[in-house]
Design a protein around this ligand. Structure first.
Ligand code: SF4
Length: 467
């Protein structure tokens, strides 16, 4: 049976095992036992010796690299990281979890992108590890880990206050009875069995709660605990004179790993030098965007600026091929320090707002808050990294929706026939311009294949954006 600490490093079992480890000093030296576990794993496929993590520090980095590549690299192969789901790696993995969390707490703090990625990666790794187990082991492990975290027979919904306020779970994920959260099968049958007419209570339990909801709550609770742990480390570190140099070294190497997607997997946080996103080209904007940039003279100013221009300009600049990448992204994945947002995207949105008649913010300054919210930064007057995730980064409206809600903006030209979303138009026109002006070549372009895919992409053509 796999130990609880394999999925919850912050469990009592996990903390005890870490205490036994003692000093941090031998963590940077090659560990033959760790190397042996990895190389003997029958599922493991690593082509180069230098890709094998040889000590705790390298294992910690691999933990996060796995998540970043899984999220961003279209050619990601889990078999290269199979060791991460091998239970034999548990004792090493445990230490690497604490090392990473401490390095992030010391150097970056709880509101950083590094902290968010660590928390997300822990959730993703738990999910992956649980999936790899057989059904019986998975069920036992989930129950054991949950029992330790909840420790009460009945739990009021308020017990999950942190998870609800950080939106890790929603009330609709839970089955409630008089304020109590029902997770246990017997409890469900006792409370609801007699009320369910013509339905099998057992089947209803499996349908409404079952292992799925238990797993979701377990994962989200451990993610929250990870976040709290990083926060505690950060608070303690502020009182320290000198943080441990091993943690600082790890934090530095971590920065390199997080920077890598900006150069290797097709996106960038900087001003260029990558394959898909780059500085905005007004000449590639579709007629509707050009028209909105000149300002809305009639009605619909708010929707045009907040719901249409904000998602369009932010995605066109940071993630123009979002409809082809079947992933959820945040602005900070593409622009870690929000430099592009503050210096390129917001100024262009504000320009469009200023050109409205009357200028949008003159009589409705609160719309700045809504613009921040549509980029995922919650309802705040200032756009800050620490608020990211409070709302969703809206994807651009489809042409169909624009024609319905903002018909005066849609003045189709010949390229519009080939696309279903202004963002696809932007990709297509960028490509055409590149062909016409080879000197533009290195900038913001797609390949002909991309356009074929854009054309065929059902998300882009048929599905509305979030707006
Ligand atoms: S068809 Fe689509 S891209 Fe073209 S102008 Fe209309 S809304 Fe914009």
């Amino acid at each position: 049976m796999v130990g609880v600490s394999f999925i919850n490093p912050l469990s009592t079992e996990g903390r005890e095992k870490v205490r036994e480890q003692g000093s941090l000093e031998n963590l940077i030296h090659d560990n033959p036992e760790l190397i042996d576990v990895i190389t003997r794993d029958p599922n493991q496929k690593i082509s180069e010796d230098n890709e094998i993590p040889r000590n705790y520090l390298e294992l910690a980095l691999k933990r996060l690299e796995w998540y970043i590549k899984k999220k961003n690299d279209r050619e990601f192969k889990h078999t290269k990281y199979s060791f991460l789901s091998n239970p034999q790696i548990e004792k090493f993995d445990l230490i690497s979890f604490y090392l990473l969390s401490q390095a992030i707490g010391v150097k970056f703090g709880p509101n950083s992108r590094e902290s968010r990625l660590m928390v997300e990666s822990q959730g993703s790794l738990m999910e992956h590890r649980l999936e790899e187990l057989n059904h019986r082991d998975r069920r036992e492990l989930i129950l054991k880990a949950l029992q330790e975290l909840i420790r009460q027979e009945t739990v009021k919904w308020i017990f999950f206050g942190d998870l609800l306020s950080s939106r890790k779970i929603q009330l609709t994920d839970l089955v409630l009875d008089q304020g109590d959260v029902i997770l246990d099968r017997d409890e469900f049958i006792m409370r609801f069995g007699h009320r369910l007419e013509h339905r099998n209570p057992e089947k209803m339990y499996q349908l409404l709660i079952g292992e799925e909801v238990q797993q979701l709550i377990l994962i989200r609770m451990v993610m929250q605990e990870t976040e709290n742990y990083i926060s505690n480390v950060h608070e303690k570190a502020r009182m320290m004179v000198e943080p441990n140099p091993i943690l600082l070294e790890l934090a530095e190497r971590l920065t390199d790993i997080l920077r890598e997607p900006t150069t290797s997997y097709g996106y960038s946080g900087g001003g260029g030098g990558f394959s898909k996103s780059g500085p905005l080209h007004r000449e590639a904007f579709p007629p509707c965007v050009k028209s909105a940039l000149e300002g809305i003279k009639s009605g619909g100013r708010n929707d045009a600026i907040v719901l249409f221009m904000t998602p369009f300009l932010s995605y066109a600049r940071l993630c123009p091929d979002i409809f082809r990448q079947n992933v959820t992204v945040r602005v900070s994945d593409k622009d870690p320090n929000l430099q592009i947002v503050h210096h390129e995207i917001l100024p262009m949105i504000y320009e469009a707002a200023r050109n409205c008649h009357p200028p949008l913010f003159e009589d409705q300054p609160q719309e700045k808050v809504n613009i921040n919210a549509k980029m995922g930064f919650g309802m705040h007057t200032t756009l800050k990294l620490e608020n990211e995730g409070e709302t969703k980064w809206y994807t651009p409206m489809s042409c169909e929706k624009i024609k319905l809600h903002l018909p005066h903006l849609c003045r189709p030209d010949q390229h519009c026939k080939k696309i279903g979303n202004p963002l696809s138009y932007y990709g297509l026109k960028s490509y055409i311009l590149r062909q016409e002006q080879p000197k533009l070549g290195a900038r913001n372009d797609s390949t002909p294949g991309d356009h074929q895919e854009n054309k065929q992409d059902s998300r882009a053509n048929n599905k509305d954006g979030d707006s």
